[in-house]
Design a protein around this ligand. Structure first.
Ligand code: ADP
Length: 402
């Protein structure tokens, strides 16, 4: 028998991502993605010892998707039975104020996640479907819920409170929750490991820049401020989300153009951000178009970096002192121009990016600031740390179910 493994599951409204993860090393002997669940044609792409296997055909619902995934393990490997699978770890987007830790799933937990659907109407219902289907297929394994919001339950009241009528928070849960918590938790610890200092002694600004994007101020391992709010729309410019806008925008568009609130919400979540500004939500495309002299892509890049820079400045002030600024996520790990533009000209704040280190490509955690001891060396380390949310979910699942 091998070391403990976890089947990590991320169920979206029409997709199912799964991965068999070694909780000790993060290795993934098998993983896959089912897409277009509920549509006339679906796909499963499974990766195992035979390489990539593609299966096309209709996938009726999440339970059918899990069956396909389980069959893919059986038919193409790796065999689940040859691993010590100790739990199924489910990513759940919204845990509200109830969940500050991962939990073993029981009927009470499911009811609580269901109660939180109004706060995450797109995500929590899909997560619930994923859990129900996985429990039906793997009834003998413990199932663990890991919440994107949990890491931010340490936010102080003055950071999570919106300046709205006081009873809104108690009666309707209107407050900042923050998201990407699994990634922030993993990356903060990995940054401390890289710096060879205890996380409890560090002040970090961590920017998770993927399709969604958010930035968090981490003091001593705890989230003290974060840019996403009650929903994942607030904060940074993202692939398709606007991030911060004037909160009066909805009323204006509704009043002046007659657009429904649902339509405005859809546009701000799905048609805005980089896609709205540059016509592309993939950052590689934005960079390519910008290099070709496309003015819209150049503006999208500038708006993206400017917004992030504002947050870095704000969180520097929140923390008082900063030991490291950490970039992660597909954009943060790969887009050197974003890191350079965001942090340019901040030497007086002790922040600088070494051009050569920044340009080097690597999938390892690394520093891109000059060494503190060299001339031009600065106080604040600038780090690139690859995130691994699945490994973090596996580790937390073992901790809870063990
Ligand atoms: P998700 O939020 O879905 O987990 P990722 O963290 O994988 O997404 O990030 C996806 C984003 O990372 C995309 O916008 C993609 O264009 C960007 N990205 C990936 N590789 C590169 C690269 N080499 N240069 C710039 N951007 C990249």
């Amino acid at each position: 028998m091998s070391t403990p493994h976890v089947l990590v599951v991320n169920a979206g409204s029409s997709s199912l991502k799964y991965s068999l993860v070694d909780a000790a090393t993060g290795a993934t002997p098998g993983h896959g993605l089912v897409e277009r669940i509920g549509e006339s044609t679906g796909t499963l792409v499974h990766h195992g010892p035979e390489g990539e296997t593609r299966i096309e055909g209709p996938v009726a619902d999440h339970e059918a998707a899990f069956q396909l995934a389980r069959d893919a393990f059986t038919d193409h490997g790796p065999q689940l039975s040859s691993y010590d699978v100790v739990a199924v770890g489910h990513r759940v987007v919204h845990g509200g104020e109830r969940f500050s830790q991962p939990v073993l799933i029981d009927d009470d937990v499911l009811a609580a996640v269901r109660d939180l659907v109004p706060l995450a109407p797109l995500h929590n219902p899909a997560n619930l479907e994923g859990i129900a289907s996985a429990r039906a297929l793997f009834p003998d394994l413990p199932h663990v819920a890991i919440f994107d919001t949990a890491f931010h339950q340490t936010l102080p009241e003055h950071a999570y409170t919106y300046a709205v009528p006081r009873d809104w928070v108690g009666e309707h849960g209107i407050r900042r929750y923050g998201f990407h918590g699994t990634s922030f938790s993993f990356v903060a610890q990995a940054a401390a490991d890289l710096l060879e200092r205890p996380l409890t002694e560090l002040n970090l600004i961590v920017a998770h820049l993927g399709n969604g994007a958010s930035v968090t101020a981490v003091r001593g391992g705890e989230s003290v401020e974060t840019s996403m709010g009650m929903t994942p729309l607030e904060g940074l410019v993202m692939g398709t989300r606007s991030g911060d806008v004037d909160p009066a925008l909805h009323a204006h568009l509704h009043r002046e153009l007659g657009w429904s609130l649902d339509e405005i919400d859809r546009i701000l979540n799905r048609e805005s951000g980089l896609k709205g500004l540059a016509g592309e939500n993939d950052f590689r495309e934005v960079l390519r178009l910008r290099d070709e002299g496309d003015a819209a892509a150049a503006l999208a890049f500038d708006v993206y970096c400017h917004r992030l820079r504002k947050y870095v400045g704000a969180y520097y002030a929140v923390l008082g002192t900063v030991d490291a600024i950490v970039f992660t996520g597909g954009v943060g790990e790969n887009a050197a121009p974003v890191r350079a533009a965001t942090l340019s000209g901040l030497e007086r704040l002790g922040i600088s990016v070494d051009e050569q280190r920044n340009a080097e490509r690597s999938d390892q955690a690394r520093s891109i600031s000059p060494d503190p001891s060299t001339e031009g060396g600065t106080d604040v380390a600038v780090l690139v740390v690859p995130t691994d949310e699945e490994w973090e979910i596996a580790r937390q699942s073992v901790a809870v179910s063990g």
